[in-house]
Design a protein around this ligand. Structure first.
Ligand code: NAP
Length: 244
């Protein structure tokens, strides 16, 4: 494989799909991962029809055995890895008083433990790349906090700490590790909010509108490009000004 290869997790829809498409158009061959095998394969097929080389790797990224199997398959298919975007994520919102332990565990496992499992498993291949990049999709609420999201905010703040520690560990080896913190973005994750919740969220955005997956993909595309070779350990908020 002569092209650089990127793994995007949670790439079956929403922000992850926008990131995958953008990186594919920027010249990466793609490994796309998510749990739902059929829609994921259909998405890889859509990318292929657009001239982008893409292979689907159905995987629950919170499961260590599945992550290891995915990396073996990526090694066999592509033989190299240059960028990883840890984008898979879920919410299980609720006030702390009513938050169930299983909702805490699910969010921490899928958002934060997956980042550990995938980043660790990626090391062997990505350290061989001359321009290795890891981009962790955190959230503005990992910076600011948000009522009803103690589990989600903790997982996303954890991703920021993880990003900085990993960036320090591997800076000397040329691997750049950064986080992107999206604000309030149009996707299935925000699609279920009612009008009152959307109005409240919009009132907290200085730019007065929701963002798009494409706007997050632009930031990720920059961070994995040669132009960002001297940037590591940073958190780029793409949030219409929410975190300032
Ligand atoms: P989304 O539309 O719900 O998509 C989430 C993606 O993650 C899906 O492809 C889903 O596919 C995958 N996924 C979930 N659990 C997984 C698991 N255990 N293993 C593998 N894949 C898994 O969400 P989104 O809005 O695009 O969000 C993408 C990322 O951006 C998330 O990390 C989210 O926290 C973050 N973010 C979103 C917003 C926003 O406003 N939307 C704001 C800040 C940050 P399967 O269900 O098939 O696995």
């Amino acid at each position: 494989m002569t092209k650089p290869v990127a793994l995007v997790t949670g790439a079956q829809r929403g922000i992850g799909a926008a990131i995958a498409r953008k990186l594919g158009k920027a010249g990466f061959a793609l490994a796309v991962a998510a749990r739902s095998a059929e829609p994921l394969k259909a998405f890889a097929g859509e990318l292929a029809a657009e001239g982008i080389e893409a292979e689907a790797f159905p995987c629950d990224v919170s499961d260590a055995a599945q992550v290891d199997a995915m990396f073996k398959a990526i090694q066999e298919k592509f033989g190299r890895l240059d960028a990883v975007v840890n984008n898979a994520g879920i919410t299980r919102d609720g006030l702390l008083m009513r938050m169930k332990e299983e909702d805490w565990d699910a969010v921490l496992d899928i958002n934060l433990k997956s980042t550990f499992l995938v980043s660790k498993a990626a090391l062997r291949l990505i350290l061989k790349s001359s321009q290795g990049r890891i981009v962790n999709i955190s959230s503005v609420v990992g910076v600011t906090g948000n009522p009803g999201q103690c589990n989600y905010a903790a997982s996303k703040a954890g991703m920021i700490g993880f990003t900085k520690a990993m960036a320090r560990e591997y800076a000397g080896k040329g691997l750049c590790v950064n986080a992107v913190a999206p604000g309030f973005i149009e996707s299935d994750m925000t699609g279920h909010l009612n009008e009152a919740q959307k109005t409240a969220a919009l009132s907290a955005i200085p730019m007065g509108r929701m963002g798009t997956g494409d706007e997050i993909a632009e930031a990720v595309s920059f961070l994995v490009s040669p132009s960002a070779a001297y940037i590591t350990g940073q958190v780029l908020c793409v949030d219409g000004g929410m975190a300032m």
